[in-house]
Design a protein around this ligand. Sequence first.
Ligand SMILES: Cc1cc2nc3c(=O)[nH]c(=O)nc-3n(C[C@H](O)[C@H](O)[C@H](O)COP(=O)(O)OP(=O)(O)OC[C@H]3O[C@@H](n4cnc5c(N)ncnc54)[C@H](O)[C@@H]3O)c2cc1C
Length: 326
Amino acid sequence: MDCLRLIRIAGLGVSGSYLMNRLSQEGIECEGYDPKPPGFVVPCGYALNSRLFFRFCEMASLDSEKYIQVIADDVVFRNSAGKAVHFSPAGLATIDKNSFLADLVSGLKVKHTLLTGKDGDLIIDATGISRSVLGPVVDDFTMRTLEYVSDPTEESTFTFSFFPSGSGYHWIFPLSSYSHVGAGSDDLDTVRESLEGTPHSRILSRNIRLKPLFDDISSGRAIGVGEAIGTVSPITGEGIVPSLECAEILFQILKEKDEPEAIVREYREQLKSSYSRYIRLFDLLMNVRTGKLLSLKNIGALSPAREDLRYFGIEASLTKIIAALL
Ligand SMILES: Cc1cc2nc3c(=O)[nH]c(=O)nc-3n(C[C@H](O)[C@H](O)[C@H](O)COP(=O)(O)OP(=O)(O)OC[C@H]3O[C@@H](n4cnc5c(N)ncnc54)[C@H](O)[C@@H]3O)c2cc1C
């Protein structure tokens, strides 16, 4: 690591904050930039697989128990015809994401401003949907979302209600003293309609990237991490643990290599292998959206779909997935 003296990280969501924590623990100098003022909340349902989350907390020297809010005891998927299918929870939970983010970078060099200029040995684009450093990609794929901070629910049930033809879904995720009720789709009217009548104290909104962008991970001395390069499940929109994993992959490479081209080459290879299911699931999503349901390719994508749900903390048989998603 002799050549990389300073790493500047733009964006302190999960991917940027976790990477900053890991690099700092290793004694690698880094500076983090994020213009959001303390207390500002970036919309997110805060649901993840607590069993995988524990591992990342441990590596970041944090106590995961502090952040866990509600552990699912039932998971309901409702298809577009309204039919409910019950899945077994396998670690699905909500966390206090804001405390987790604050603790990851506590005591580190954080500036509440935009990163300007491109000096520094390496710049990390962890700016999520905006890809502020790397810039836009022509054939990107994003959906609109709205999320309400709503009343608490009595039960520990996590609910996903899918819209027709792969056009998004509505969710209810319970937290300790409130719940997140939201919806994502490419059609904002569908999102609004599905949330009509939901009591709320706050509404948050942003787009979500559902396409893996593993061929667009770098530009000059800048490298992307997390949602900026599409580490988000195309079928569930899960992005917290995938972005932590992506940051861990990059961290391990930065520990070993200091030449930007070699870093990018190795990183791209590892991303394509670790997230190969996202490439298949994105194709599945596109096929469902264009009505091409019964192709061999789609049937072949059901196993990655099951793997992806298990990663999110949901155990599902193939027959239940077909009933719920198609
Ligand atoms: C409504 C909604 C609900 C979701 N629910 C879930 C869920 O329940 N579970 C789950 O796993 N995933 C969920 N996701 C996805 C998940 O939130 C993201 O994929 C994940 O947080 C991505 O992390 P990130 O660090 O890459 O990006 P982000 O968390 O988006 O962080 C990017 C950061 O960059 C900052 N930034 C932007 N521009 C600049 C700039 N120019 N300079 C410096 N900083 C900048 C922003 O302020 C932000 O803090 C949801 C997404 C949405 C939109």
